[in-house]
Design a protein. Structure first.
Lengths: 421, 475
């Protein structure tokens, strides 16, 4: 049987420069109205990170264990063998720092059995009249314990919820999902209300015409696919390794796009891994590195990158836990639209972003086209954008939106985009 | 670029070294886990499950016990060395249905007598065993042959040696062998089943720079059976290098409606998107899908017949019985272009995840033409990237790594990277004008919540018509 103590003992007894063991003891409850199903799962998982120094340099290995059977000594030997296959230049880890202070536990889920809570969540979900809704929810409570070779030790309890629903009106349907740390934030009420309105609009939608236009991205389009949505382009570009190699457009101390620092309300983005109840928050990372709040972009200028333990050592600074939740500074855009053709995108079908250039394709699921005095609902068509430049120069609304790992404006206005039918 | 070291190159390409290839797949665990531990011997597991079923049957009218023990052996080799990792996952899913029709599942990773009993107690309390009648146990399947680290390394080296097209422009080359050994027990009143499957996949990866962008090319083969039953031959590995080295035509791709010939990888991408978006029980919950996919409706060109067949010999996605315990049987989805069936068989990711319907081994029936006979004027689309399908609007966007220009069936030498085939799925399927008699099989080992789902698709070359455009914004 593999236990955390057995792993620590096995790793300590070998000549390993540094190691970290993370144990996650998880309880998961799922309730699903469709089947209908109530499911309960109890499991333990381990993450082991090993840094192994040899004369040629340092090798690192990361192992995920999903089975408790076997011998901890074999796991330690396997980790060393893997690390030896990945020897690179020598570096030294920074000493452990204090974990970030962050709340990740929904107090209402701390001690209760999760199954009945999941069922109650579905029972109390408010259904819009006239709509057919089938919902599901997964609730997880996990105890995380981190031990490192340096003697560093910390632990915390976290909760995570993932609620989803398929809402149908007439012959059309939409899916609504919410990922959150607390049951309150997982509520589907507002999402279902928005979906109801959008389903009504979809019934009258027509294909769009190709051409240039101004673009408004509303919250569901802005955060398409969950997570950071369109803002993920900045998280990708702020990866320290790719930034150092010059593979992205992101250059420290340079504007993120030409002229981005000269507009009236320049873009400011902060990575905050210590944001209470945000889905990517944690006191420490998997390498035992303390998670920190740091600026990525300040008034249109790139000022920070996500630093892993290794990358921080190379830059002779402290690690910051990498890019996590993004906090985008609110703007002053009041919602006023330009006089020319404007498309307000309410929902996307898909969003694909080129990791090297930031070029993006946005497939429109539902939009409202306004041109002069005319207004029509559209569906279909693709928007092609230089997403980095477009968001850097976009006007941001002053209405805040907090969802999953994102905190920032609820909508943005992009002055110029190309729509291809 | 010459000053870059290997680690930097790998990071830049988004791919890993032999070691990081293994971590990326969550590998690494007991190196000695190949032999079954005594307590996991088939008879003992069956005893625990039969006892669990007998106890649960005293309280619930519908009972099913599913147990899995899964071992994964992964070997990878690249410019920096060879690594072998082994991982193990056990799980038990006890499923009951109460008199109100609600399904309840208790899942545990503790595959032991006490672990199964604890799961029973969580589900039903301290109940005594009923005298439910269970059929006689089947004969235990024969255990697959052991594969040593040395044998795995030799096979990896053989894949690397099969490359006859590599040049100094290849900046990264790797090979991977991934073996999943799975034993599944399914016991319920009325049946007692056991299956043992060995799924093997082999992959070769090559990367080269093309201007300022890296071009990564991969080939993958997979099957169920013995490791000797298949593999990556010289032609397949050499073609991967050639694809990575192919020089792209500079300039802007002119978007246009055109005749396209889809190589089997791309055909498989469309089939997969269509089946998942239209024919699974989850998809059919959408009213816009259920109203469209009516049995007998003409949804594709005549001649298109699509079957989901988990019983296909050696299929990577095949199995003997599904995770609901039902014996595998083919389901015809399209018959001569008409909707004929729906995917209702139950599959659980890793045999322990949440039950959902999905494809196993899809087979698009071949036509009569040779691939060369399909080529006319238009584009040959090669190298799958991704597919986005919106079932509510029927719009599909298929990403292809390369578009080769064809005139009168001949390759003009003009080849563009990163293109998209865009349109309505219904139109793409209805516009099919030719299907080749040759087929290729594409496999996938997708992860859902960290658990694997094995699927495979056998597809021919297909000629159809659609809108082809550049994926990237013209600069």
């Amino acid at each position: 049987m593999i236990t955390r103590r057995a792993l620590m003992s096995a790793l300590s007894s070998r000549r390993i420069a540094e190691w970290v063991v993370v144990e996650r003891a998880q309880e998961i409850a799922i309730a699903d109205e469709v089947r209908p199903l109530q499911r309960s799962d109890v499991r333990s998982r381990f993450t082991i990170v090993v840094h192994h120094d040899v004369t040629r340099g340092r090798g690192s290995a990361k192992i995920e264990l999903a089975s408790l059977y076997g011998d901890a000594s074999d796991v330690a030997d396997q980790a060393i063998a893997l690390a030896e296959a990945a020897i690179g230049p020598t570096w030294r880890s920074t000493p452990p720092a204090a974990p970030a202070k962050v709340s990740l536990l929904d107090p209402t889920l701390e001690r209760v059995p999760l199954g009945p809570v999941a069922s109650a969540f579905l029972r109390t979900t408010v259904r819009p009249p006239g709509a057919t809704v089938s919902a599901a929810i997964e609730i997880m409570r996990e105890r995380v314990t981190v031990n490192a070779s340096s003697g560093f030790h910390t632990g915390w309890t976290a909760t995570a919820t993932n609620a989803s629903a398929l809402i149908a009106i007439g012959g059309r349907s939409l899916e609504v999902t919410r990922e959150a740390r607390t049951l309150d934030h997982a509520s589907l009420r507002h999402g279902l209300a928005d979906a109801t309105r959008d389903l009504m609009l979809l019934a009258q939608a027509a294909p769009p015409f190709a051409g240039r236009c101004a673009l408004v991205l509303q919250s569901d389009a802005l955060l398409h696919g969950g997570g950071l949505g369109v803002w993920s382009v900045f998280a990708d570009h702020a990866n320290a390794e790719t930034e150092r190699q010059g593979l992205t457009r992101y250059r420290l101390r340079s504007p993120v796009a030409p002229g981005a620092e000269q507009i009236a309300d320049p873009l400011t983005i902060t990575s905050d891994g210590a944001l209470d109840f945000a889905t990517r928050s944690a006191p420490v990372g998997d390498e035992g590195d303390a998670v920190r709040r740091f600026a990525l972009i300040e008034r249109g200028i790139s000022v920070g990158v996500g630093l892993s333990m290794r990358e921080a050592a190379r830059r002779k600074t402290d690690p910051n836990g990498g890019v996590r939740n993004l906090v985008v500074k609110l703007g002053s855009w009041t919602g006023a639209l330009p006089a020319r053709r404007t498309i307000e995108i309410r929902r996307l079908r898909s969003l694909s972003i080129d990791p090297y250039t930031g070029d993006a394709s946005l497939e429109i699921s539902l939009g409202i086209e306004r041109d002069g005095g005319t207004e029509r609902v559209i569906t279909g068509g693709t928007i092609r954008l230089d997403l980095v430049g477009a968001l850097a120069r976009a006007q941001r609304s002053g209405t805040p939106l907090r969802r999953g790992p994102y905190s920032g404006p609820a909508s943005v206005l992009i002055d110029d985009a190309e729509l291809v039918a | 670029m010459a000053s870059w070291n290997r680690r930097e190159m790998l990071g830049a390409l988004g791919i890993g070294s032999a070691s990081s290839l293994l971590w990326a797949m969550g590998c690494g665990a007991p190196a000695k886990a190949v032999a079954l531990a005594p307590q996991q011997a088939s008879g003992e597991v069956r005893g625990w499950l039969r006892d669990a079923v007998a106890r649960l049957a005293s309280k619930y009218p519908t009972v099913h016990a599913l147990a899995v023990t899964r071992r994964r052996t992964t070997g990878a080799v690249d410019l920096g060395g060879t690594g072998v990792a082994r991982a193990r996952r056990d799980g038990v899913v006890l499923t009951v249905r109460d008199r109100d029709g609600v399904w309840r599942e208790q899942v545990t990773s503790d595959l032991s007598g006490s672990g199964v009993l604890a799961a029973v107690r969580l589900l039903a309390g301290d109940v005594a065993a009923s005298n439910v009648q269970l059929p006689a146990p089947p004969p235990a399947p024969s255990a697959p042959a052991k594969i040593t680290d040395l044998e795995l390394r030799n096979r990896l080296d053989a894949i690397m040696r099969n490359d006859r097209a590599a040049t100094s422009r290849i900046v990264y080359a790797s090979a991977l062998i991934d073996i999943d050994d799975v034993t599944v027990w399914s016991i319920a009143p009325g049946h007692d089943r056991e299956q043992q499957l060995r799924r093997i996949r082999q992959r070769a990866t090559r990367a080269a720079w093309n201007g300022t962008r890296p071009i990564v090319s991969e080939v993958e083969r997979g099957w169920t059976g013995a490791i000797e039953d298949g593999g990556l031959d010289v032609a397949a590995v050499s073609r991967t290098s050639k694809n990575a080295l192919a020089l792209m035509t500079p300039g802007v791709f002119a978007d246009s409606e055109a005749t396209v010939v889809l190589e089997p990888e791309i055909t498989a991408l469309i089939i997969d998107a269509a089946v998942r978006g239209l024919l699974t029980t989850a998809a059919l919950r959408r009213p816009e899908v259920s109203s469209r996919v009516v049995a007998g409706a003409q949804v594709a060109a005549r001649g298109l017949t699509l079957v989901d067949d988990p019983t296909a010999r050696g299929a990577y996605g095949g199995f003997v019985f599904d995770d609901a315990g039902d014996i595998a049987a083919p389901i015809t989805l399209f018959e001569d272009g008409r909707a004929a069936g729906r995917l209702i068989r139950g599959r659980r990711p890793g045999h322990v995840g949440v039950l959902e319907s999905g494809p196993s081994h899809l087979y698009l029936a071949p036509g009569t033409a040779t691939p060369k006979e399909l080529l006319g004027n238009g584009w040959l689309l090669e190298g799958k990237l991704d597919a986005v399908f919106d079932p509510s609007s029927d719009r599909i966007v298929i990403g292809a790594a390369r578009a080769r220009e064809l005139i009168k069936g001949n390759d003009t030498g003009r080849v563009y990277a990163n293109v998209e085939l865009v349109g309505q799925l219904g139109a793409l399927l209805a516009n099919v004008t030719g299907i080749s008699k040759d087929t290729e099989t594409v496999i996938a080992r997708d992860e859902h919540s960290g658990e694997p789902q094995w699927t495979s698709i056998t597809a021919p070359w297909v000629a159809t018509r659609g809108f082809v455009r550049a994926r990237r914004r013209p600069s």
